[in-house]
Design a protein around this ligand. Sequence first.
Ligand code: SF4
Length: 683
Amino acid sequence: MDMKIVPTTCPYCGTGCGLNLVVKDGKVVSVAAWQRHPVNEGKLCPKGRYAHEFIHRPDRLTKPLIKKDGKFVEATWDEAYDLVAKKLKSFKPEEVMCLSSARVSNEENYLMQKFARTVIKTPHVDHCARLCHASTVVGLAGAFGSGAMTNDIGGIAESKCIFVLGSNTVEQHPLIGRKIVQAKQKGAKVICFDPRFTPTARLADLYASFYSGTDVALLNGLMQHIIKNGWEAKDYIATRTKDFEKVKAVVMKPEYSLDNVSRITGIAVKDLETAAEWFAKSPASCLCYSMGITQHTTGVDNVKSVANLLMLTGNVGKIGGGVNALRGQNNVQGACDMGALPNVYSGYQNVTLEPSQTKMKEAWGCEIAPGKVGYTVTDAINVLCDSPPKLKAIYIMGENPMVSDPDLHHVEKALKNLEFLVVQDIFLTETAQLADVVLPASCFAEKDGTQTSTERRVQRFRKAVNPPGDAKVDWQIICELAAKMGCAKQFPFKSAEEIFNEVAKVTPSYAGMSYARIEKPEALHWPCPTPEHPGTPVLHTQKFSHPDGLGVFTPIEFKPPAEVPDAEYPFILTTGRCIWQWHTGSMTRRSSSLEREEPESWLEINTEDAKALGIQNREVVRAITRRGEVKVAARVTPDIKRNEVFMPFHYAECAANTLTNNALDPTAKIPEFKACAVRVEKI
Ligand code: SF4
C-alpha cells in the first residue's frame, strides 16, 4: 500500500488552519490536524476535519463540456480552448469580464487578472470579495492606509477586552473563536452584540441583541460616552491621528446620546455604558468583525466607524488590540492582494495612476487594458440587464453567483443575457449549468500554490493527489488558453513557484517572499518587502500606512438600511452561515459528514413573533420580499431578536438570496445581504 501525509492549508475559512492530508493509493482518505501549525495548534473544526470528503466525489467534472442545442457534450481540451479563444476574441475587450475567485491560490488569482488585463485587455476583473469584505478594503484603507486586518490571530489571545460585532466567530472562524476563549481564560472581557444569541454570544461577559443595520448609531453612541467621560486616548489621538475634532463634532450630537442610541439599536443604556467603559479602559482592546459589519449599503461607513472607535481608544498598532476584520473564504485576502479587483493591480497599485500602468506594462512586456476602473461583480449583473447589455461574455473561475449573489431572479436574467459564458470549476454548479463551455479544474488537494489568510499570513497549498480524469490545475488552464490566444510569451509558467516569483517581483508587499521562505508553517505576514524582512504580524505599530503616517478619523452619520420594515413587509431578514456548511454548498453539500448535520435550510423566528403568526416549530412557511419568495421550515427560538428573521444562504433549492436586496454601498459596491424587509406567512 502506498501511503503519505501531505501538509497543506484548509480550503474553507480565512483562518488558514494547517491540516495534513492522509493519502493512500492515490486517494485522500482522511484529514489529520497539523500539530505544529501556529494558528490551529493541532485542532480543526468540523469543516477542516472533513475537508477530504468532496475530493473524490463521482460527480467531479473530469472533461471539458460544450453546450450544443441546450445540452452539454463532452469535448477535448483543444476543442474547448479553440471555441473559448474564438468567442472571446470576437468581442471588443470591454465587452468581456473575468471573475476570479477567493477559493483558488494566489498564483491563480494573479494569473486571472493578468489574463484579463493582457490577453483580453479588459479592465473588468473582480471576485467575490465584492460580496463579503469590499467595504473593509475601502474603509480600512481610508482610515489606516491599508485595507487589511491589522493584527495577527495569535494576538487575539493577548487581548484584555474583545468586542465581537457582526461576527459569529465561534461558528464561522472556529479556530479564531478558540483564541477568544484563551483570552477569556486569561481574564479578558468579551462583549458581543448580535441580533442572534449565537454560540459566540454564549461566550460573552456582556451580550445584547440589536437591530441589523444600526452599527453606526451604536458605535457613535459608544464614542460619545467615552468622550463625555474623558476616557479617550488623548496622547495617541494627538500624535498619531488627524481629524479627530470632525468626528467629535458628529458623535457628540444629541442623536447619539445613549438614550437615543438605545431606541435605534434596541440595546439597553446600561449595556451600552458597560461596553464603552470596558472597551475604553482595558489596556488592550480589539474588535472582531465580519460580514455583519460589511454587508450593508453603509458597509464602508460601518468599517470607518469601527476604525474611529479603535483610534479613539488608542488600540491600533499594539499586540492584543486592532481591527480584526475576519475574512470569509480561505484566500479572499490573497485574491485582493493579487489584484483580482477592478481598481488595482497586485499589491493595491492603482490602475488609474500612470506609474503603476507603466510598471505593469514593462513587467508584462505588452500593451495592457486601459488604466481605468472596471466593473465590479455587482456592476456586471446590473449592466447585463441594460438594453443592450454592456457586457457580452464572462469567464468565471470558481464562483457560483447563481447562489451567492443577491436577488437571484435578477442574477439569472443577467447571466442569460450573456452571449457567451465560460465557467471553470470542479463541479457542475448552478452557475456552470448556465454556461456555454465548462472547463474542469482542480481542488486544493490537487495543486501547489499559496494562500493568504485573514491575518495576512502567506502559506502553502501542497499537491497530494492528481486531478480526476482530464481535469487540470486552474493556473495551467489560464496559461494554455492564453497561449491559444497568442500570448504564450506572457504566460510561460511551468510551476506555481515560477508564478509566485513573478508576483514577488511586481508586488511590493510580497517582494521579500519566496517558496523557500514560506516553507515553514509559521510562513510570513505581509508586508514583507525584502528577503531579510521578518514579515509584519501587527500593522501600524509606529505609524499608519498613509504617506504622512497618520491615522484618519472620518465623521460618519447613521443611515438606516435601504429597505426598512413596513406594514406589508414587517420583519428584517438577515442572512448568514452555519458551522456545517460553506457558502454555496458546492463542496460541503457533497461532504456526507457535513451535509448529514444540516441538510436543509430554515428560517429562524422569535418565539413571540411565531406565536403571533400561529407558526409552529418546523412548520413550512412562506418568506416573501419585493424580489421573490421561498418556502422554508420555521425554526422557532427565543435566540433571535423580535421582528428579525434569519436564513442561511447555503441551499440552492431554498435560496435565501432569492429574497435579498441588491442595493449597494455607493463606494465599495457591496450588497446589503444583512438587512431587507420581509413578510412571513403561514401556508
Ligand atoms: Fe478550516 Fe476555518 Fe475550520 Fe480552520 S477554522 S479548520 S480554516 S474551516
